[in-house]
Design a protein around this ligand. Structure first.
Ligand code: MD3
Ligand code: FE
Length: 230
């Protein structure tokens, strides 16, 4: 972000910190380029089909582990069965720096080892209803990075999908970290504002959000009590 008066780093709730304009324009462009390549495969970006048959309006592609309602798999069992692209180490590094900066604590990212990323693309009509992210078996923080059009992000509470909630705008380059008591809060993206992004990011329209998470899952061969093929 290059505003004359930068928006401040804002704590919304315990563990929830918004850092406007955290990604530089170069980092935003690099993230868009990377997302474009992940969107192409091995698992193509698509609208996730929900168990009752409807399609999400958001388009999603995953790294490390594939999310499908309501579990993670190494393979995209609801798309083409392919193994998802690996979670790159540079993205884990970015996640550790995000935690250190958001929590203003040099060691806040130590040991943070995200193993999945969900990349969400929003066109001008896409929304995400109020939900909790609870398919992970870890309480480690979620790191959220936004590029492109500005959206309304609704941050609720851990008890109900309704009020109280706070609406904040997430703009291109913004970082949001959800840790501690905020990790299992309800949240939503009720609106995207078309035409608010800078095409210099490489995204002509729409909004990209990348969330880094720790699944807490292990491959079958890594689980105690199981050995590989004999
Ligand atoms: C708060 N994505 O992928 S990012 C999602 O902008 C998701 O695409 C939204 O909600 C998006 O599940 C919001 C912010 C976010 C992500 C995960 C959270 C907020 C969170 C997990 C726990 C609490
Ligand atoms: Fe979510």
């Amino acid at each position: 972000m290059s505003a004359l008066v930068p928006r401040p780093r804002l704590g919304l709730a315990p563990g929830a910190v918004h850092v406007p304009g955290w990604l530089t324009p170069d980092q935003q462009r690099a993230l868009v380029t990377a997302c474009r390549s992940w969107a192409a495969g091995p698992v193509p970006i698509r609208r996730t089909r929900l168990p009752r048959g409807g399609l999400m309006s958001v388009q999603t592609v995953c790294l490390g582990w594939h999310w499908l309602p309501y579990r993670y798999s190494r393979t995209a069992d609801d798309v083409n069965g392919a193994r998802v692209a690996p979670f790159p180490e540079w993205l884990a590094d970015l996640g550790r720096r995000a935690l250190a900066d958001a929590y203003e604590d040099e060691s806040a990212g130590d040991g943070y080892a995200p193993d999945t990323a969900l990349i969400n693309f929003y066109d001008g009509q896409a929304k995400l209803g109020m939900h909790q992210d609870k398919d992970e078996r870890s309480g480690a923080p979620v790191v959220s990075l936004s590029v492109g059009d500005t959206c309304v992000f609704r941050f609720g509470n851990t008890e109900t999908r309704g009020r109280p909630y706070q609406d904040v705008e997430l703009a291109s380059g913004d970082l949001f970290v959800f840790g501690g008591p905020s990790r299992f809060a309800y949240h939503a993206v009720p609106k995207v504002y078309p035409g608010t992004g800078d095409p210099a990011t490489g995204l002509a329209s729409g909004r990209l959000n990348v969330t880094l998470r720790v699944t807490g899952l292990a491959d079958p061969a890594d689980r105690p009590g199981l050995t590989g093929p004999d």
